[in-house]
Design a binder for this molecule. Structure first.
Ligand code: MG
Ligand code: ZN
Length: 468
């Protein structure tokens, strides 16, 4: 990718391909296309983003490319041919002649030969692997190639008998990050932390100057810092929510005014060389928490601390969530958000999910090439262990399977929150307050490491930062 500071050595991608090839079974072959370009309007495309699986296996960022990998480890890349005229408009292409040296693949050809090469490559294989339900039209394309193989049966060609989902083995590989991935994610996290600091400072400075502060002003600060440090783009649509907008979970940075006395919730992270970061901070727009804001902020922070303490190898993915919920639910009782006379004890609040009124999302997700990264949340060896329960709120039957056991090298977010919408019985002092605190945790040998703490999280530290 243009502008990358540190290129992964192509041996790293070759190692990943070899590990995947070893899982394809005798006669296996894998087909991995990259993402298509998508038109935004007439002659203008959306900013191109490669497919994460394809990139994970090649490090190659051009569109119109395919990786074909055989069980014996042989790799074939199909990519855009050199074309002087197209390159004048769209930029330099690597081209098939240079690809083997640049990417470490065994052979490379023009993508124009896809339809002619694939049926031949599929001949005499037993299993065709490709990512299911990711690329629209891909399975029909595979069917078309298999039809051509079948048409050659009379010449002795054998047609593959099985199709399997390549996401299975690839998701397991991507779930455990290697040293290069963690190093890249660390750099992405640092840039994003700097961006949050910049937005906090701008907010306080504009309000001090009596200026008309809008959500987009803070979004601009984020983008500036991301690009200034070489991030290619935000990892997801930045949330910049002033005041009551913080209670809209998927709000985007818009044009709403941010007023003195409001809290601002920013959920934003950059993508760097393919890897996402994901940080949420909530801060007082003017740099000083009010009493009720600080009360709820400290509650969410305590919940996050509990979730951090619960994140270590051998724990379950759901342990941090359960730890956070326990702290939040107790806090809801203590602050009067929930009335113990109505909802009962802490255990009742948890069992009946009464906390859901103010905390309705999970405490985290995997993080990696995708901001909600791939990887099963169920422990693979225990997938058959099912217990059923009825959801107390929706009444639907939920099948619980044992949650994933955390292992060193997994990366997940820890992001408890509290969102108070006006309702009868809810103390008015807390109305419209929405708070989330989110950090990115790498599971280490003994616990976890938060790689996003370049931006402070303690209320006093945030106030100090916004004073200066
Ligand atoms: Mg987030
Ligand atoms: Zn997140």
């Amino acid at each position: 990718m243009a502008g990358m500071d540190i290129q992964a050595p192509h041996t790293l991608y070759a190692q990943r391909r070899a590990r995947l090839a070893a899982q394809l079974g005798p006669g296996g072959i894998a087909i991995v296309p990259t993402a298509p370009e998508r038109p935004r309007n007439r002659d203008s495309d959306y900013l191109y983003r490669f497919d994460s699986y394809f990139y994970y296996l090649t490090g190659f960022t051009e569109p119109n490319a395919w990786l074909i990998l055989c069980a014996d480890g042989h790799s074939t890349l199909l990519c855009q041919p050199k074309d002087l005229e197209r390159e004048i408009w769209d930029g330099i292409r690597l081209g098939p002649a240079a690809a083997p040296d640049a990417l470490g693949v065994d052979e490379a050809h023009s993508v124009a030969e896809l339809g002619q090469r694939l049926p031949r490559l599929l001949e005499n294989r037993q299993t065709v692997w490709f990512p299911f339900a990711i690329h629209p039209g891909l399975s029909a394309q595979v069917d078309g190639w298999l039809q051509q193989v079948r048409a050659r049966v009379r010449y002795g060609a054998q047609c593959p008998e099985q199709q399997r989902d390549l996401c299975g083995p690839l998701d397991e590989m991507r779930l455990i990050k290697d040293g290069f991935e963690v190093a890249t994610m660390r750099r992405a996290a640092q840039i994003s932390a700097g961006a949050h600091i910049r937005a906090m400072r701008r907010s306080a400075a504009m309000l001090r100057a009596g200026e008309d502060l809008r959500e987009y002003h803070l979004d601009a600060e984020l983008l500036h810092e991301f690009r200034q440090h070489g991030s290619q783009y935000p990892a997801y649509g930045s949330i910049v929510a002033g005041g009551a907008n913080a209670c809209v979970l998927h709000y985007r940075a818009d044009a709403a005014p941010i007023r003195d006395g409001d809290l601002v919730l920013i959920d934003a992270g950059c993508e760097l060389d393919g890897y996402a970061s994901d940080i949420t901070r909530t801060f007082p727009a003017n740099g000083r928490f009010s009493g009720p804001q600080r009360t709820l902020y400290e509650l969410v922070l305590a919940a996050q601390e509990a979730s951090v303490a619960a994140t270590r190898p051998g724990a379950r993915f759901t342990d941090p969530h359960e730890a956070a919920v326990r702290v939040l639910a107790q806090g809801m009782l203590d602050t009067g958000l929930l009335d113990a006379n109505k909802v009962g004890t802490l255990d009742d609040v948890i069992a009946q999910r009464a906390y859901f009124q103010f905390y309705m999302h999970r405490t985290g997700h995997w993080l990696g090439l995708d901001v909600h990264d791939c990887g099963s949340y169920v422990e693979p060896s225990e997938i058959g262990t099912v217990s059923e329960r009825r959801d107390p709120l929706s009444g639907e039957v939920i099948k619980d399977r044992p949650s994933r056991i955390l292992r060193e090298g997994m990366v997940l977010t820890l992001e408890p929150g509290i969102y108070v919408r006006p309702a009868p019985g809810v103390p008015e002092a807390f109305w419209h307050i929405g708070i989330r605190i989110e950090d990115d945790a790498v599971v280490s040998a003994s616990g976890c490491e938060l790689i996003t703490r370049g931006v402070p999280v303690a209320p006093d530290a945030i106030e100090a930062l916004m004073r200066g």
